[in-house]
Write a protein that binds this ligand. Structure first.
Ligand code: NDP
Length: 312
């Protein structure tokens, strides 16, 4: 089977650049939207040029120019969007409604992967304010995709390793301490951690796979389903030292949100659902969904222990 041509939107982003790399590595003809708004952002321009050198095609366009999006989409079979969706950085999830309009007009797209890559928003109807905005916006995008009958795959990537493992599952931290750690509650709720290049590789594997058509794909590498305490234990073993531990009870954690900036509150609520409620691992994958490490056993994913060694 011929490999699909892929357009990546947000190709210079934290996840997007890895999607570009994985798409090229898997031999897909890869196009990257080169937004006209990039201006004199020299880092982004240099990154795009280096992707071009590696074989990607840059295609000029803007979310403010519908026809430019249609033209870009017409070049490919598959569109993957990795537009921003973390409030402390930038959150542009609803801009995808413009992309969906363009996909509808173009009429040629065999698969669209919207910017999801986290907690499955369909399971978060009871999420707390203000963190639920992320899930609500992603659900608005899903509805638009499904109303337009655009073939899709939703990637539920669980925790990006860099954010969660780097900080031993503590919000606001992305480097592991060698002295102490604050456990969220009893620290025993399981979460799921996936290295970002692995997320990108699993994602690219799904795009030509009929088993993932119109499905949610959960990324659940079996060795990486661990509690905060288990992550801390792995780190302690690596550094040969026990960390001093304290714990923050649920009520105190929620009370600490008051007075914080909106973007911080959104992120803290995400930690709440993951670490106090165990929202990522407390359910069985249902019939309408599939699991990536089962579909693609050939991918040798990065284990939590291997990942933590990077910080030594
Ligand atoms: P980034 O913040 O790195 O941004 C990605 C891209 O979004 C940018 O590179 C840019 O694309 C594009 N973008 C930003 N603002 C605009 C705008 N105004 N107009 C058009 N494009 C814009 O995104 P992330 O990689 O952090 O997030 C990608 C996805 O991953 C999101 O859905 C997010 O929710 C999810 N995520 C999940 C995490 C988890 O732990 N599960 C953690 C982090 C993110 P360009 O290249 O064109 O400049």
């Amino acid at each position: 089977m011929e490999k699909s041509k892929v357009l990546i939107i947000g190709g210079t982003g934290y996840l997007g650049k890895r999607l570009v790399k994985a798409s090229l590595a898997e031999g897909h003809e890869t196009y990257i939207l080169h937004r006209t708004e990039i201006g004199v952002d020299i880092d982004k321009v240099q990154m795009l040029l280096s992707f071009k050198e590696q074989g990607a095609h840059l295609v000029s366009g803007s979310f403010t120019d519908h026809q430019s999006l249609v033209k870009a989409i017409k070049l490919v079979d598959v569109v993957i969007c990795a537009i921003s969706g973390v409030h402390i950085r930038s959150h542009q999830i609803l801009l995808q409604l413009k992309l969906i309009d363009a996909i509808k007009d173009a009429g040629n797209v065999k698969r669209f992967l919207p910017s999801e890559f986290g907690t499955d928003p369909a399971r978060m109807e009871n999420a707390l304010e203000p963190g639920r905005v992320t899930f609500d916006d992603k659900m608005i995008v899903r509805k638009a995709i499904e109303d337009a009958q655009i073939p899709f795959t939703y990637i539920s990537a669980n925790c990006f390793a860099g954010y969660f493992l780097g900080g031993l599952c503590q919000p606001g931290k992305i480097l592991p301490s060698r002295d102490s750690v604050v456990l969220l509650g009893d620290g025993n709720k399981k979460a799921i951690y996936v290295e970002e290049d692995d997320i990108a590789m699993y994602t690219i594997k799904t795009i030509d796979d009929p088993r993932t058509l119109n499905k949610t794909v959960y990324l659940r590498p079996p060795k990486n389903i661990l509690s905060q305490r288990e992550v801390v234990e792995i780190w302690e073993k690596l550094i040969g030292k026990e960390l001093q531990k304290s714990s923050i009870p649920k009520e105190q954690f929620l009370a600490s949100l008051k007075g914080q900036e909106y973007a911080q509150q959104v992120g803290l609520i995400h930690y709440y659902h993951v670490c106090y409620e165990g929202c990522l691992a407390n359910f069985e994958i249902g019939n309408g969904a599939v699991e990536a490490s089962e579909l693609y056993p050939e991918i040798k994913y990065t284990t939590v222990e291997e990942y933590m060694k990077r910080y030594l």
